[in-house]
Ligand binder design. Structure first.
Ligand SMILES: Cc1cc2nc3c(=O)[nH]c(=O)nc-3n(C[C@H](O)[C@H](O)[C@H](O)COP(=O)(O)O)c2cc1C
Length: 194
């Protein structure tokens, strides 16, 4: 292995989903967020549609996001299913983050590229951001919970009906050991046809 492949392997294997329980109050430098966004734009994109749209919430913006998503949970949950603890948790978790990047997928006007390919392109961009965060020792975590993929969240982000919000990328400084969940050996998931 050469130096480059060694570095790449280390970053890929060290990336972890770092969840709010590990976050500390110290902010992630905006320069790290810019580096993450810069890496996102180099993701593969069929037809160069660049379907990713990112909405970065920080400072007071996090409070706006927390208020919106908790309200969305309340408005879209029946009285018997509503849990005050979940409502509170949505806010608490968001406010623990340093930045949250909402992950939009903008549908191409003529719809020539299939939607699934546009979703895949955004996912590639998100992985670039997660790896860049790892390289900068920032914690991050892709969440599709807390109403982040709900239709009203799209509207909140001024996305249109054909677009999607694919969730939220938490970014934060963290402390503690985040363990790697077990993975299967890749041979179990691979067929070679030669
Ligand atoms: C598209 C996508 C959505 C995810 N949504 C959630 C989520 O809503 N809640 C959650 O706890 N983890 C979520 N995760 C993170 C996974 O739980 C995590 O990747 C998995 O546990 C493996 O841990 P690791 O990322 O540290 O390797 C999501 C991951 C992906 C790729």
């Amino acid at each position: 292995m050469n130096e480059q492949t060694e570095i790449l392997k280390t970053i890929i294997e060290n990336r972890r989903s770092v969840k709010p329980g590990f976050y500390i109050e110290k902010k992630v430098d905006d320069a790290v967020i810019h580096a993450m966004l810069e890496s996102a734009r180099w993701a593969p994109t069929h037809g160069l549609t660049e379907p990713w749209r990112f909405f970065v919430f920080t400072g007071e913006g996090l409070q706006k996001l927390a208020d919106f998503l908790s309200k969305t949970y309340k408005e879209n949950t029946s009285a018997e299913n509503f849990l005050q603890a979940k409502f509170d948790k949505i806010k608490i978790n968001i406010l623990k983050a340093s930045h949250i990047i909402m992950l939009g997928m903008k549908r191409q006007q003529n719809g020539k590229i299939p939607e699934v390919e546009e979703i895949c392109a955004v996912a590639c961009a998100v992985q670039n951001m997660q790896l860049t965060a790892t390289a900068h020792h920032a914690g991050c975590y892709w969440s599709t919970g807390s109403m982040s993929t709900h239709a009203s969240t799209k509207k909140f982000l001024r996305l249109e009906d054909a677009d999607l919000c694919l969730g939220m990328l938490y970014v934060a400084q963290y402390a503690g050991d985040v363990l790697a969940p077990a993975r299967s050996e890749i041979q179990l998931k691979t067929s070679w046809i030669s």
